[in-house]
Write a protein of this length. Structure first.
Lengths: 236, 236
């Protein structure tokens, strides 16, 4: 298994024949994991707020997501992992629109397999990739508004470490870069998230406490895999 | 001073109003430093082999550079830092064509100031930037054939550490990423270069010993700055 990391989604090229993991720690992929762990039937990422409203109405789904960090008018929930409780999610379809994570998912359509991962489900995601024995894995850091977001890089490094242990994966220079970031900050991931460009934006809109949940390594051990109908679910 | 790092040259956007440092540790910017330290009058980077031949003839310059790691037919020297001795270089203009470093320089034309740096001249380059008091500094990792090259990232991290000390520079997430790589590998930079994509390519063409010179932090303390005539020189 060869593992590469796209440190920003703008660097993603052809993904055919590659198992892709999209990473948006603050907060899209942390929320996808949280919703699935809380019993949501599935999470459909959609690009625009208007499309999210339409699709959620048509699918009788929970309408969630953010613009500028906050829930748009009329949404059921924003993008805070802690709000995705069993009481709210169990058995429900979730329609999610976010700024960076959703765009990264759209960029990677055509991959052999597409997973969403975060610090919260790194080990279980690596296990799923190792068990499948993919030849090529690409970890895609969503970033923040066209900038590198170091929270995503740290999660890619965490995944890389797990893949090295579980599958003897060979790191590219990008994967080695991500591994160094995780290693430098693994004892203070919350501190790293507070310093990151995405964490600082979140703090500005009063949602700094979300960073605590996003920094909990392997706290939400579910795999999130995009299915043929465009919905993330826990694979059977 | 705000310091950002473009982890690959493909991520460079508008550089107006920014002091840019192009980094191609293996080997273009290590060679530029070596040639200037050996007394070369200046180093002119040019894009193509044919253009290099023409310009070198017109300027009675030393014709140097590489394609696939090796000196093209009829060149005076390849791209090995150790070959740039005073006996060969003193007082001479050098015309240099390389694959990744030259392209990165071309991408950054229009910057407020453009320097070439490597591990070998990191501290002196940081000192020059700190003394000038630039508001924005961008460190550009040249990469290797469109891929991230971790040797360039390590040198960017070394520069970032120096800029933090010398100018109290504020790191972006990209700069923090580079700093983590340098910190992880600072006691075995030669080992990192051997593992890097650029180092492995060089080893394949029999030039692994060049990596020893490229890994020597601050061994060649000269600043290389692009002048208005398109030539890198030690600034007055």
């Amino acid at each position: 298994m060869i593992v590469d990391v796209a440190l920003q989604q703008e660097l993603v090229g052809d993904v055919a024949g590659t198992a892709v993991v999209v990473i948006d720690v603050v907060r899209a992929t942390s929320v996808i994991g949280a919703a699935l762990a809380a019993g949501a039937e599935g999470v459909r990422p959609v690009g625009s707020v208007d499309e999210a409203r339409e699709v959620a109405a048509a699918e009788d789904a929970l309408l969630v997501g953010e613009r500028g960090g906050l829930a748009p008018e009329g949404f059921d929930l924003g993008n805070s992992p802690g709000d995705f409780t069993e009481r709210v999610c169990s058995g429900r379809r979730v329609v999610l629109t976010t700024t960076n994570g959703t765009r990264a998912v759209e960029r990677c359509v055509g991959a052999e397999r597409l997973l969403a991962a975060s610090l919260t489900n790194a080990e279980v995601t690596a296990r799923s990739l190792a068990d499948a024995g993919h030849a090529r894995v690409l970890l895609v850091c969503a970033g923040s508004g066209g900038l590198l977001a170091i929270d995503d890089v740290a999660a890619a490094g965490c995944l890389m470490g797990n893949l090295a242990l579980q599958a003897g994966a060979e790191p590219s220079d990008g994967a080695r870069t991500a591994a160094a970031v995780f290693d430098a900050w693994k004892h203070d991931l919350h501190g790293l998230l507070r310093r990151s460009v995405s964490g600082r934006k979140l703090t500005e809109v009063g949602l700094a406490t979300d960073l605590i949940a996003c920094a909990r390594v392997d706290a939400v051990p579910v795999v999130a895999e995009l299915q043929a109908d465009g919905v993330f679910r826990v694979p059977a």
